[in-house]
Design a protein around this ligand. Structure first.
Ligand code: NAP
Length: 249
């Protein structure tokens, strides 16, 4: 006998994943579970079921998909969470179900932008000119290579305090997006910032720093997105709902 509801596992940790869960949870056709790493100390509430912690690689995820009888896997992790996306594609393939990706578009360079594009966090840390005052917006788990630069002044903005020690030459600003253009311009001016460091996360919540840099003629060290396995990918929650309907039809 066919089951009444299709069982969907969302790999989350992003605002889009949270919004997708909210939409699917009120739809009687679906039973939705969101998976989080459990690393964030105070995650925002999520609709539907939530489970926490790693699966134990792609094999562990495959077992989870099979044991829970999951019909569809949605990879909605952050564009930089490359390990999880690789595991997702592999596990779904092994379990014989589809893996669909929800990933917001990257920011693109506009006239007036002064971006130095680099491949990864290590290269970004090295690219800060000696003596500069750098506003670093990469997240607490990636801050260590910047804090190790004792020849630059690091002003690091993040949501939660890092676990590692913070040296004298660095300042941590704790703040949660969204940020406005006026706030970002004020921060850059007040802290006498010479360069902004960011990952190309895309999305609206943190784009104001890019606009502020453009307005203030500030150079940006932009970390490019890592390559992920090719799966069906859409940019918005609405497009994902349509894709899910087609995939489960
Ligand atoms: P990652 O390097 O791609 O993944 C490392 C390991 O963490 C995975 O192999 C998996 O462990 C576990 N993991 C990752 N996402 C998971 C999830 N949603 N549910 C259960 N386990 C998960 O990931 P990351 O870059 O550290 O990101 C971790 C989480 O933070 C993701 O949920 C991501 O959406 C969110 N996030 C990341 C960034 C970023 O810049 N990277 C920014 C904002 C939010 P097992 O192999 O044991 O399954």
């Amino acid at each position: 006998m066919p089951r009444e509801r299709s069982s969907i596992l969302i790999l989350g940790g992003t605002e889009q994943a949270r919004r997708l869960a909210e939409r699917l949870d009120v739809d009687a056709r679906f039973s939705v579970t969101t998976s989080l790493t459990g690393v964030t100390r105070e995650p925002k509430p999520i609709a539907g079921r939530v489970r926490s912690g790693g699966f134990g690689g792609s094999e562990g995820l495959r077992s989870f998909l099979e044991e829970r009888d999951i019909d569809l896997l949605i990879d909605a992790v952050h564009p930089f969470a490359v390990q999880m996306s690789s595991n997702a594609a592999q596990a779904a393939d092994a379990a014989g179900i589809a893996c669909l990706r929800l990933e917001r578009a990257p920011w693109t360079k506009r006239p007036g932008d002064r971006w130095a594009e680099v491949a990864d966090i290590a290269a970004a840390a090295q690219a800060i000119p000696k003596g500069a005052r750098a506003l670093v917006t990469v997240g607490r788990q990636e801050i260590a290579p910047f804090l190790a630069r004792d020849d630059v002044a690091v002003i690091a903005r993040m949501i939660e305090r890092p676990d590692c020690p913070v040296p004298e030459h660095a300042e941590i600003i704790l703040a949660r997006p969204p940020f406005t253009l006026e706030d970002e311009k004020a921060l850059v001016t007040a802290r006498r910032i010479d360069v902004l460091v960011t990952k190309n996360s895309g999305g609206d919540a943190t784009v104001a720093k890019i606009s502020a840099a453009r307005a203030l003629n500030l150079p940006v060290i932009m970390v490019g997105r890592p390559e992920k396995p090719v799966v069906s990918t859409v940019r918005s929650v609405d497009e994902m709902i349509a894709l899910i309907e087609r995939a489960l039809d």
